[in-house]
Design a protein around this ligand. Sequence first.
Ligand code: HEM
Length: 382
Amino acid sequence: MTAPDHPGAAGPRATSYWDYLRVDALLSLQGGVGGAPVSTHEELFIVVHQIYELWFKLAIRELRGIRDELLPEFVPDQRMSVAVHSLRRVGVIFEIAAQHWRVMETLSTRDFLDFREKLMRASGFQSGQFREVEAILGLDEAARIGYGGKGSQDRALMNADGSASGSKSRLDALRESGPPILVVLERWLHRTPILGSRPGDAGDAAVVAGFCADYVTAMERDIGDPDARAALQLEDPAARSALAARYRAEVARARDFLRAADLPEGTSDAERARRSRIRAAILFIESYRDLPLLAWPRELLDSLVALEQSMLIFRQRHARMVEREIGSRPGTGGSEGVAYLDSTALRYRVFKDLWAVRTILLRKGALPAPGDTSFYDYRFGG
Ligand code: HEM
């Protein structure tokens, strides 16, 4: 029974399940192209794709919301918790979606080949919504693997007559809707107070440089004598000295990373300083996450890493499903197939610095003392 104040009661009849969910319309969408009846195998193929597109739709909406939460100059804790909740939801969506490849794998190669010709150039490569997910996260367009030349991902979304498809128009609208999550995240990280110092404060650069230097010193101390450490791990003298060299190099790499010395030649000093402050902020939040004001920021960083991890697993899992279905033959979209998909899983990373910081993070007992941390306590009242 519908309660009297329920919106469904407002119309001439109570809302039904099938009207609310547009079940009839939904069930009429699996007919394929060309009018010929589709086999049970082909219907499975269509349904699984459609389910993925619906997951992508939800993910895009959540991700846009997260971007909007992080846009303001000041992001209060309660808004950050909303963003974290959404990020976790998107992470779960991708985790669950990666399990759907298993359903696709019940389609044997022979049964798939029965209708594969119908697809011609149709391919997941033309999933505009998947591109939207990548775009709102902030995947670097310049780093894309374009097997059909530069910009092939965007060209694949054009209709045969050269006009923009609905997918391309939606992707363009998303790009125009504002900056991606990576950009707003980095602006926010850049503003993060480090040891109580904010960008623009007198002496901020020195505070950040001092924090980074102390951290690397603590790292060096924690590793101890690289030769002695390697000797505890390996027997073979050559392997030992290679490992000891690696420990030494790790400290040098950490120093370069925190100074942003790894950025390409020609990078301006201002950009290097900005990147250095962003990286120091990640390190600071991750290291001192027990401080009350750093608790939600740390959750935010962690849920971004978890989301990116679930997307990487999604890509890898898709590639294994594809290998099982079609071996290493070319894809219907014209790529080399599974090798292309594997390289996307390996090379596409959005939150690179969040991952990179993990190599240098220290255990709690080895951290440099942060000094007066009262800045990071919760403050109540005026
Ligand atoms: C038998 C099933 C499938 C096979 C054999 C397959 C194969 C492929 C291949 C070979 C590619 C590379 C582009 C190309 O040359 O076509 C690709 C890309 C892609 N596929 Fe699939 N696929 C299948 C199912 C799916 C499903 C159900 C989805 C869900 C929407 C999907 C989403 C994608 C996406 C998003 C890409 C683009 C990846 C990128 O460029 O990073 N695929 N697929």
